[in-house]
Design a protein around this ligand. Structure first.
Ligand code: SF4
Ligand code: SF4
Ligand code: SF4
Length: 308
């Protein structure tokens, strides 16, 4: 009998999940602990973005994705709230209302969405086979050759970013922005979306320098910006950072805790496993059930034997 995905899950998933919970934590801690100066990121200034969608087009071309039905110049797409998907790793959404208090002449705020490249990524933590990993520079990248299609990453991502090629019957992949990782690696080249932006609403660089840049913009224009860099601490910090001039919930920026859920859950798992509480409970309970059933059968046999 072939080892298809369903059979693979039923046989190996519990064991793999247990082992992965331990090994993944060590790997992600090592990367999270990598040098601050190695971390890159992008700063998106939503008060500057004009909604031209050239970043979407640059990303589409760079990743050789299918051309969309409607051209990138067509702004009717703003009528619906869009999410990144298998054919578009980044989307720009429109939120009616001025980008900030000092831009009353503008009637909309545009917000670009893509993978945030979290510093402690829930998707990496959830992937039981290590198909998602975080590179030293902060890019969260995917290896389709290892992926078993469990889609745990999709459930784990707090930003609901990874998508899945359901229509691909033979080799479906998880798809998401990979920070143009192969392009940027070692070359310092801008990601395609940042390079395509005509007004530098997206700035690529070292994360530490982007945070300084963001704070200096807030300091210089306190009326324009909310005094908060989105992504600095959310969910443990993200490589993509946002400046904005309206309430977060008005422009689709999720209000998230500042702690990292993967780190917290892994700490709990490790404490439990360290002291053997789970194996003791599981095996103790199973042993109790088996002993009880065995006794029941023995009593029944004795009764039947005694009655004959
Ligand atoms: S945004 Fe989601 S997919 Fe991207 S790194 Fe964070 S958890 Fe992973
Ligand atoms: S970093 Fe690259 S893959 Fe990610 S949204 Fe920008 S262009 Fe697309
Ligand atoms: S290219 Fe720049 S200005 Fe145009 S939509 Fe994208 S981020 Fe906004």
């Amino acid at each position: 009998m072939g080892l298809n995905r369903r059979r693979f899950f039923s046989l190996f998933l519990p064991t793999a999940a247990t082992l992965a919970a331990c090994s993944r934590s060590e790997a992600s801690q090592e990367i999270v602990g990598s040098k601050e100066e190695e971390q890159v990121g992008c700063l998106v200034d939503t008060t500057l973005c004009i909604g031209c969608r050239q970043c979407e087009e640059g990303c589409n071309r760079r990743n050789e994705l299918p051309r969309p039905d409607k051209p990138f110049r067509d702004h009717s797409v703003f009528r619906t709230d869009r999410r990144p998907g298998i054919n578009n790793f980044t989307v720009v959404n429109e939120f009616l209302g001025s980008p900030s208090r000092d831009q009353r002449n503008k009637s909309a705020t545009y917000v670009k969405t893509q993978c945030m490249h979290c510093l402690d990524p829930a998707c990496v933590s959830a992937c039981i086979v290590g198909a998602l990993t975080r590179a030293r520079d902060g890019a969260v990248v995917y290896n389709p050759d290892i992926c078993i299609g469990c889609r745990y990453c999709m459930i784990a991502c707090p930003f609901q970013i990874p998508s899945y090629e359901y229509a691909e019957t033979l080799t479906p992949r998880v798809r998401k922005c990979e920070f143009c990782a192969d392009q940027a690696e070692g070359t310092g080249a801008d990601p395609a979306c940042a390079a395509a932006c005509p007004i530098e609403a997206i700035v690529f660089g070292k994360r530490s320098e982007l945070l300084q840049l963001a704070r200096s913009r807030i300091e210089r224009r306190p009326v324009r910006y909310v005094d908060h860099v989105y992504g600095e601490n959310e969910i443990g910090g993200t490589s993509w950072l946002y400046l904005y001039g309206r309430e977060m919930d008005e422009i689709g920026l999720l209000s998230l805790p500042i702690f990292s859920p993967p780190r917290t859950t892994e700490a709990i798992q490790h404490t439990i496993f360290k002291y053997g509480a789970i194996p003791f409970l599981v095996y103790g309970t199973l042993g109790g059930i088996m002993w009880h059933n065995h006794r029941k059968h023995q009593v029944a046999d004795d009764r039947d034997g005694g009655g004959s």
